[in-house]
Design a protein around this ligand. Structure first.
Ligand SMILES: N[C@@H](CCC(=O)N[C@@H](CS)C(=O)NCC(=O)O)C(=O)O
Length: 211
């Protein structure tokens, strides 16, 4: 299998954490030159986005949350990244939805130039999403159920992205949120999380060269 991934992408980091934690034989490769508009890439990823998982028979699967769910189903013998309890599984999926629907959208919008008013509105949206997350996280190194799950794959990269986004506006959007802060510090003790986050940091440094 191949995972088309960009180091800086929080969505691709989510998939990298999962494939490594599950111990799967997956080659991690960059998108082809000409990405994201390249016609052949659009044939396998209609949104033009990464990550994309290419299965051994050539089938391409896109959307990070779907890739993670598929890996659970394709490799039931590998380390599970969904908890055993039904309600804990629901909470895990809820946190992935929180990342996708509330945390990431304002950050994606803030990545392109906006008016000062729009920047403020999007930063407020991000602050609201982080405050909600502060109420949802469990105490402990992992988001749900005491072990690595899809929730951590989604939330840990999103929090690094939040810090980087806030930093561009001179704020740390996490520091005043005790659970989120404690979680961000604790979850990097996981070897697969820290590996993906270090790759993200390095990828972001390359995208935004220091002056
Ligand atoms: N909902 C998608 C989002 C993926 C996404 O936005 N990827 C970004 C990188 S962080 C991308 O490929 N952007 C390229 C573009 O928008 O042209 C997922 O979860 O996989």
């Amino acid at each position: 299998m191949q995972l088309i991934s960009l180091p800086a992408s929080p969505f691709a980091a989510r998939a990298r954490i999962a494939v490594r934690a599950k111990g799967l034989d997956v080659e991690i490769v960059p998108p082809p030159s000409g990405w994201p508009h390249d016609r052949r890439f659009r044939d396998i990823s209609p949104t033009g986005r990464v990550p994309v998982l290419i299965l051994d028979d050539g089938v391409a699967v896109w959307e990070s949350a779907v890739i993670l769910e598929l890996l659970e189903e394709l490799f039931p013998q590998a380390r599970p990244l969904l908890p055993a309890g039904v309600l804990e599984r629901a909470r895990t999926r809820q946190l992935v939805r929180v990342a996708d629907l509330y945390l990431m959208p304002p950050m994606v919008a803030l990545a392109t130039p906006q008016s000062p008013t729009e920047n403020r509105r999007l930063l407020d949206q991000l602050a609201d999403a982080l405050a909600m997350l502060d109420d949802l996280l469990e105490d402990g190194p992992y988001a749900v159920g005491g072990s690595l799950s899809h929730a951590d794959c989604a939330i840990a990269p999103a929090l690094l992205a939040a810090r980087v986004t806030g930093g561009r506006f001179g704020i740390d959007p996490i520091e005043a949120l005790p659970r989120v802060e404690a979680y961000a510090r604790a979850v990097i003790r996981d070897e697969h999380v820290v590996e993906a986050l270090l790759e993200m940091e390095e990828g972001i440094r390359r995208l935004v060269p220091r002056r």
